[in-house]
Design a protein around this ligand. Structure first.
Ligand code: G3H
Ligand code: 13P
Ligand code: ZN
Length: 326
């Protein structure tokens, strides 16, 4: 059996989040963080970000890592950088672990070429969150890898733990947490949630708690804040899915206007996964409904990839404000 060798992210052409976030903070926009699990998603992210000249964070969850294989993923990230460069694009690309749940997982990602990791201790008692995050930061910083921590719990599925209701971040904790842990960015809970069913259908969508965001900003001025669970749950896709045999009634997300407002604040990173999943599912369902004889995955996945490029360009240009900022 071949031994796994330690690879530093710089060998892969990747960058950490330090410079990206400093520029996003100064320029009042947010860096998009798109989750990927497969080739077509990664191709679409890189194509769209290169075409819009946007810096990008490509992120991988624990589940995505075991789905795609860690070595395959690293090589895909390296391929993504090379693909961008060969098209003449010099966009900065960061490979980030999304919702790391242990020191061992974070270390393994750092050792295999990730340039940034999240350690999500948000469900732990405060002191345990601090201790775990601190441990990850110590190892990560020895390797020039940046670390995202989290305070407050989002509703929905987070870190394989189901949280029925969100617990908003307590602004009075953020300064102490940042100081004690040494994290480079902080995810907070202000009313976003993971997945496609963020709010109760038929009821008014509660606005994000910008007051909590402002309180956090005041206590850690100039510090990069991260928003998870930030898909808009694009209704055009939900309708296509339902029209072509799916069953996703009542899927609702965060209005784009509120994300725009967040991107113009200290929020420097906005996480989007569900919208990409919806785009792929909608296009694949539509394709099969219209052409039930087709069985070449390049045909239906090609359509899905095309739609993903469109979606990501739209996000960069009109929601995050990251287009043209690479
Ligand atoms: O926040 C979670 C991300 O959407 C990743 O989801 O664990 O199903 O890959 P996953
Ligand atoms: P969405 O489910 O809203 O896309 O959130 C994704 C996310 O936060 C990944 O960490
Ligand atoms: Zn998340």
């Amino acid at each position: 059996m071949m031994e796994k060798k330690k690879v530093h992210y710089s060998e892969l052409g990747l960058v950490n989040t330090t410079e990206m976030f400093a520029k996003a903070m100064a320029g009042k926009y947010a860096i998009p963080a798109y989750n990927f699990n497969n080739l077509e998603q990664l191709q679409a992210i890189i194509t769209a970000c290169a075409e819009t000249n946007s810096p990008v964070i490509i992120q991988v969850s624990k589940g995505a890592r075991s789905y795609a294989n860690e070595t395959m993923l690293r090589c895909m990230a390296m391929g993504a950088v090379q693909m961008a460069r060969e098209t003449g694009s010099n966009i900065p690309i960061c490979l980030h672990l999304d919702h790391g749940d242990s020191f061992e997982l974070c270390k393994s990602c750092i050792d295999s070429g990730f340039s940034s990791v999240m350690i999500d201790g948000s469900h732990l008692p405060y002191d345990e969150n601090v201790a775990l995050t601190r441990q990850v930061v110590e190892y990560a910083h020895q390797n020039d890898v940046t670390v995202e921590g989290e305070l407050g719990v989002l509703a929905g599925i987070e870190d394989e733990v189901s949280a029925e209701h969100s617990t908003y971040t307590k602004p009075e904790e953020v300064e102490d947490f940042v100081k004690k842990t040494g994290v480079d960015s902080l995810a907070i809970s202000i009313g976003t949630s993971h997945g496609a069913y963020k709010f109760k259908a038929g009821q008014p969508v509660p606005p994000l708690r910008f007051d909590i965001l402002e309180e956090c900003e005041k206590r850690i001025p100039g510090f990069p804040i991260v928003l998870h669970g930030a898909s808009s749950v694009v209704q055009e896709y939900v309708e296509l899915i339902n029209r072509y045999g799916g069953k996703m009634e009542g899927a609702i997300g965060i209005p784009e206007e509120q994300l725009r407002q967040a991107a113009a604040s200290a929020v420097c990173k906005i996480n989007i996964d569900s919208d990409g999943r919806l785009a792929v599912t909608a296009k694949v369902r539509e394709y099969f409904a219209k052409d039930p004889k087709e069985f070449d995955p390049r045909k239906y996945l090609g359509e899905a990839r095309k739609e993903l490029v469109k979606l990501i360009k739209h996000k960069n240009e009109t929601v995050l404000g990251s287009a043209g900022k690479a």
